[in-house]
Each structure stands twice: as structure tokens, then as C-alpha cells.
Design a protein around this ligand. Structure first.
Ligand code: CO
Length: 428
């Protein structure tokens, strides 16, 4: 199955389940001894071997019989198993979530993708302030402690970089789903509704746009249409039950569910209300979409519906027989209503099963049972959201948008399974 690739690449250095013929692994030796221990003599021999093993220094964790030695005591802050190796792929200014290694819809905070424009700032929370000004009755400054006292809410939501899959516009560039779709993560976010904070400051009727600014060294700054932000935006201070991670905006970030993550300003320090967009660098020079006719789309904030098969996916290995095809689907415009899967490159489609919960603007897990017969196959998923929007084919997307864009690539993704079971990214 596909997870075997995972096991190979994520294997700890001294896995006792393997070993060369000359040097059998300890776990196998013990099992062989215990299996043959029907006689008292055999049992005693096994015992003495186990005793000597226990007396020996522990070469690496996991080589001892865990029923023979006390485990470690409780710890103040948990770590995952030393045998787990799933990791972000980190570049200079971003890192990618290992979607192929995850289960369900939530992204562990430590594996949430990152994108920053001048590094992750270190912010002392008691010194942090949020200024609300511009077209308001009363400019106000909030401490973190003041913000957390407001009525709050928690919700699950995905966030996706508008550059996610951007490498796929021209060629099948990414090898793995981490490389093609890893600028996508899902968390439970907790914060104060933006509408509540703005009620305190008294937004003036002529205010239609809001500038949001971060206190990182890039001073990321975006203009946001106010009416829609007031519906759902949260000023977040928590992620997956604990304070935000520094990479996700500690101590405060703006959450705009379903909108490109670049507008979800991290390390949030300023909100300014105005009567027009502010035309900042990050919405003029960057984060626009160049169309075939030379014009550019601007303020393309909604993330369109998209799905991808995470297993089997690029770089994994398929074995003949039963394979559960697994993946994620999401829409910035609401709930996913349906996912279809094709194993023949889009000629025929069948409906996948959706796992609960199916939440608006949140990752939805889908599953599809498949039996691989050893022949070449092209695996695809295609999602539909509650607005009726259907994820486009690559040809349909490119016919409208051309190939000069970098952002907002949401085409149906294809994984080729070759006859030797290898999985490769292809464009069909
Ligand atoms: Co955009």
C-alpha cells in the first residue's frame, strides 16, 4: 500500500524490525526464542537472553522489550514518538505541509505550512498592541489581555496560500503532494469576531475597506472589503487549543475563512478603516493574477473549490489489490457537497465517500475504495461545493486564465500509477 513509501522514507535510523541476514535484528531474535520456548529449558534460555539484553546499554530507543522496563514519566509539554518523521519541507520563506503523511482533516500545529515575507518575528505578548483607527468614531488600542476578554468563538477552517500549486500552471513541477499542494493546512482557530472589536471603536458608515498590517519585518499589509470581513473574520489568539504558533502570527492574527491566506495578516498590529482600497505593495506588485490579455485580476480573495488525492500520491508506491484512495477537498465559498474520483484519467467518475464533519471553508476528507489490477492508471479527484461550482479540468482553467498567472491554481490534479506501482505527477 501507499503507506509503505511513508514507512521507507520516514524510517528511524535503527529500526529493529529490519536487519541484514548476517546480523538479525534483536526483536526478531527474541520473538524466535519466545516462539520456541515451549519447554522449560527453552523458556529459561529465552529468559536469560532477555536478561542479558536488558542489562546491556540501550543502543537506541525501541530495541528493548517495553514490558520489561519502566517507561518515561509524564512531561510538561508533549513530543511525538521518536519514530515519527513527517516533516515540513522548508525553503527560505515558506514551508510545506506533508499532506501525504497526515490523517483526517486537522493539521498538527507543528506541521502547519508557513509563508512569511521577512522571517518570523519574536513578539513579547504583554508588549503587543492592536490599533484600530481610520474611519472610526474613537480610535482604540487593545492589549492582548483586553482582546481575550471579548466574547470569542472557535471554528475549524482551512487556510491556503493563493500560490498553492502555483508551480503547476506550466508543467507538472511538484514530485509529491507536499510539493504540489502543501501550502494548505487546517486548524481550529479561536478568536474575537472582528465585528465586535469594530463595534467598540464605532465604524463610520462610509467605511468600506479595512487595512490590516502585521508587525513582522515585512510589515505585510493588505486591504480587505469590510462588509464581507464583518460576516466571518476573527481576530485569533489561539490555534488547535493553545496560543498561536509564532509562524502563524503569535500573538494575534486575522482569520478570513476561505480567503487567500496572504490577507489573513499575522502578527496583527493595525486595522485602519477607509472608503477605498489602500493599494499596498502586496496587492499591486504582488498577489494579482496576470490574464492572457495582459490585464491583471486584483483582490481575488476567494479560494475556489479544490481537491487532491493525498494517498496514493506522488513518490509513493502502490501494491496490487485493495487500495483506499484518500484525499482532501475544500472550498473558500462554503461546504463541499460532493467529490468524484476517476481512476482512468477522467473518462469515468464515481462518487467518493465524505467523512464527517463536512464544514464550510474547511478541509473535507474523502475516501474511495479501489482495486489496482497492476495496469497503468491515472487517479483524479473532482469536487463540487454548495454554490454548485465544480473544480475545473486543467484545460478548462488554462483556457480562461492562460498560463501567466501564479496564483489561484485549482485544477483537477492527476497522479499516474505506472505498471511498477510508482506514482508520478502528470498533466493530462
Ligand atoms: Co488572489
Amino acid at each position: 500500500m501507499a503507506h509503505d513509501e511513508q514507512a521507507r522514507t520516514d524510517r528511524p535510523p535503527d529500526d529493529s524490525a529490519t536487519g541484514s541476514p548476517d546480523n538479525p535484528p534483536a526483536a526478531l531474535s527474541r520473538r524466535a526464542l519466545l516462539t520456541g520456548a515451549a519447554s522449560l529449558a527453552g523458556f529459561t534460555a529465552a529468559q536469560s537472553v532477555l536478561s542479558s539484553l536488558n542489562a546491556a546499554p540501550i543502543a537506541s530507543p525501541g530495541q528493548e522489550d517495553p514490558t520489561r522496563i519502566p517507561g518515561h514519566p509524564p512531561t510538561p509539554y508533549g513530543q511525538r514518538s521518536a519514530f515519527e518523521r513527517a516533516a515540513r519541507l522548508a525553503g527560505a520563506a515558506s514551508s510545506l505541509t506533508p499532506l501525504q503523511a497526515l490523517h483526517g482533516i486537522l493539521t498538527p500545529s507543528a506541521l502547519h505550512f508557513e509563508r512569511h515575507h521577512n522571517g518570523v518575528p519574536v513578539i513579547e505578548p504583554t508588549r503587543h498592541r492592536l490599533l484600530v483607527h481610520g474611519l472610526v468614531e474613537q480610535p482604540m488600542t487593545f492589549t492582548l489581555e483586553e482582546i481575550t476578554r471579548f466574547p470569542s468563538r472557535s471554528r475549524l477552517a482551512f487556510i491556503e496560500c493563493s500560490g498553492n500549486s502555483g508551480g503547476e500552471w506550466q508543467t507538472p513541477a511538484g514530485r509529491t503532494v507536499q510539493e504540489t499542494h502543501g501550502l494548505f493546512s487546517t486548524s481550529e482557530w479561536t478568536g474575537v469576531p472582528l465585528a465586535l472589536l469594530l463595534r467598540e471603536a464605532g465604524a463610520k458608515p462610509e467605511a468600506t475597506w479595512m487595512l490590516a498590517e502585521g508587525s513582522d519585518a515585512g510589515a505585510m499589509t493588505r486591504s480587505i472589503p469590510l462588509a464581507r470581513a464583518l460576516e466571518e473574520a476573527l481576530i485569533c489568539y489561539a490555534q488547535n487549543g493553545e496560543a498561536l504558533r509564532p509562524e502563524q502570527g503569535y500573538p494575534l492574527r486575522l482569520l478570513l475563512p476561505g480567503w487567500e491566506v496572504n490577507a489573513n495578516i499575522k502578527w496583527l498590529r493595525r486595522l485602519k478603516l477607509g472608503a477605498a482600497p489602500f493599494m499596498t505593495r502586496d496587492e499591486t506588485a504582488h498577489y494579482t493574477d496576470l490574464m492572457p490579455d495582459g490585464t491583471a485580476r486584483q483582490f481575488t480573495l476567494d479560494m475556489d473549490a479544490k481537491s487532491v488525492i493525498t494517498s496514493p500520491s506522488g513518490g509513493q508506491q502502490v501494491r496490487a489489490g485493495f487500495v483506499e484512495i484518500r484525499g482532501l477537498a475544500w472550498s473558500g465559498r462554503g461546504r463541499i457537497t460532493r467529490v468524484d474520483v476517476s481512476t482512468d484519467g477522467g473518462h469515468t467518475w464515481r462518487q467518493a465517500q465524505l467523512d464527517d464533519p463536512v464544514l464550510p471553508k474547511c478541509a473535507t476528507a474523502f475516501r474511495f475504495p479501489w482495486r489496482w489490477d497492476g495496469q497503468e492508471a491515472i487517479l483524479q479527484s473532482r469536487c463540487t461545493d454548495e454554490t454548485g461550482y465544480v473544480q475545473p479540468t486543467r484545460q478548462a482553467l488554462v483556457s480562461v486564465r492562460g498560463i501567466n498567472s501564479y496564483y489561484h491554481y485549482n485544477a483537477i490534479h492527476s497522479w499516474l500509477v505506472t505498471m511498477d506501482g510508482a506514482v508520478r505527477n502528470v498533466h493530462v
